[in-house]
Write a protein that binds this ligand. Sequence first.
Ligand SMILES: [Zn+2]
Length: 407
Amino acid sequence: MLLTALVIIVVVAYIVESLLDHLNQGTAWNPLDKKIAHLYDEKERAKSIAYSAEKTQFGFISATFSTVLMILALTYGWFAKLDEFVREQVTNQIQISLIFIAALGVISWLINLPFALYGIFRIEAKYGFNKTTLKTFFADALKGSLVAVLFGGALLTVLLWLYQELQSGFWISAWVVITAFSLFMFMFGTKLILPLFNKLKPLPEGELKAEIQRYCASQGYSINRLFVMDGSKRSTKANAFFSGLGRSKTIVLFDTLIEKLSTKEIVAVLAHEIGHYKKKHTFSMFIFSLVQSFGTFALLGWLLNYPELSTALGAQQQSFHISALAFFILFTPLSILLGLINNSWSRHNEFESDTFAAQTYEVAPMRSALEKISTDSLANLSPHPLYVAFNYTHPTLLQRINNVERK
Ligand SMILES: [Zn+2]
């Protein structure tokens, strides 16, 4: 019964995702509003559509493959078999869970590997975006797994120990531990983790820095942590982001952004990032994510009282890792719903930040920066509204231009 429900959830989530992709493909050739119609000539528009079509079709193949695999794993009790195998090797409960989760991580990484390689080295490369070498790709994977083992392993051990001691009542203390850890990463993540993957350099003296300093002074924003990151090591796509809290607040500009945009456009992008800080977006979204994880942990704690969660996957006995796995599948509909809310809120914040930049700096460079960043990455200029609702953390280019011009 529960197993059937899990399979249905996996299938329905797959259908919803595929349907959204299909709808989005359907609007690819829709006529563009006159405000953005001139941004692509016919050839570029065709290239942009081919790029998203290729990504969508490949995403469909990869999603079909992993969905079929998941259904097989559920119905044939593969998770229970892995659990039994681990139990034959070690007896300590915490070790069993750690090894099970690590094994699952390695297996899913290996399954995803060909898809990741094809996506980067065939599709991204074909459209001229890829800059990653195989060496960088595998070095990233190695560093990523070291970070995961170090931080994830330590965190999981604490959570598993709490569960062993407190059983299903573990969730409040587990949430406190997770909250403390997230707060730490939120404040120091860019300082500790990012330099493992990228080189961060202070912005050199010059016209750009002078203009940035002038703008920041006008806003009373003390910019002690402004970095240029070698994004060009992996992709030609331009980007910028804000992170941190209080004195750890950091703005990172990709070198690709600096290369492609004019001084004024870069300052407009920076103003947008400062807008996220001034409007307390990063902080409020962080708080909201804590509220969500509180609810998730409460639900997990409650459902861990039911051994059916483990036995539904074919396990002989209840265990934290098998039950948690079943829980996360059960949680899928809710997580899709939460995704809708989070994305909608994020798009609202992006509007606010664009407005902030337009009001405190200038409209024209904000607008042209948005246009350049979108067209340079061959963005789909006519996405389906439903697809946007489910998948976009940023509003569409047309919506952003309309918003900026209203100011
Ligand atoms: Zn933003």
